[in-house]
Design a protein around this ligand. Sequence first.
Ligand SMILES: [Zn+2]
Length: 334
Amino acid sequence: MTVPHAFDPEPAGSGTAPTHDLDALFPGSGTARPRVVVKPGLVVPHAETLPPEPADLPAVLAPVVDLLTGRRAAVLTGAGVSTDSGIPDYRSPGSPARLPMTFQQFVSSPDHRAHYWARNHLGWGHLQAARPNAGHRALADLERGGALTGLVTQNIDLLHVRAGSRQVVHLHGRYDQVRCLGCGDLSSRAALDERLTALNPGWRDRVAEDLEIAPDADAVLSSTADFRVAPCVVCGGVLIPDVVFFGSNSPRERVERATSLVDEAEALLVAGSSLAVMGGLRFARRAARDGKPVVIVNRGPTRGDELATVKVQVSTTTSLPYLAERLTAGPARG
Ligand SMILES: [Zn+2]
């Protein structure tokens, strides 16, 4: 079949700024049958693009154990914690470039919103179906064991909550909630799914014929003009996922709660984040400024490496269970 690749992001280093004129990327009429293509390379990064796991885990993690023993830590997590739950990390080595929609684009036109919600309608079930991995569970264990002040995550996937973490600040929002831009009403994504399905009978099945399933909510549609979006049930306003869009800032209240968790802590543990966005990096800077140890556990470079007291390149799925065992008394272990 002939598949338009209008949504392929500009290759890195092409020298061309990515276009954000989505209308220009949608040639074809609103009556055309939606065609679905999946971005080339939209996969969890292959292990060979990441540094290998260390052979001697206890030796590599010994300085981390030393720093965190007797110090309650705040934890900042990013996409790397969830890759082993099948959710891709677009910023890790080997990952494809992205062309994320901005908040301004979303609010500027109904076509952008139709495009966004169509993709989200196809993809959100992947997040709904995702399950926590050993790294998420270890962080919940660390919190239960009194080793943490709390957890700040850049992930919208809710996997920390599902793993049992209690004190969680979702810095970038959460995929399971929808907000009204008019009245501020918060509602559930699951309830919206029923409404979108009713408004677009048979739509998901039609496009699913062509859909090679993508591992997150980012399936690529070449035409979404016939997708009908749902308005707010309270005021008829525009609904938007309760997530922070590319280029936007986290709400102040959330940033303040996250800052409090970091300020209450005696150390900061950054797990599975490249700190590529300023929202995360600021916490590492703050902890370092206050003279607190900053521990970074991430495969690949981060923007906070020069702030780190210790940096180890180990997967969070491997390292966090080990740290949980060493840093909490925990249940009796056989
Ligand atoms: Zn409303």
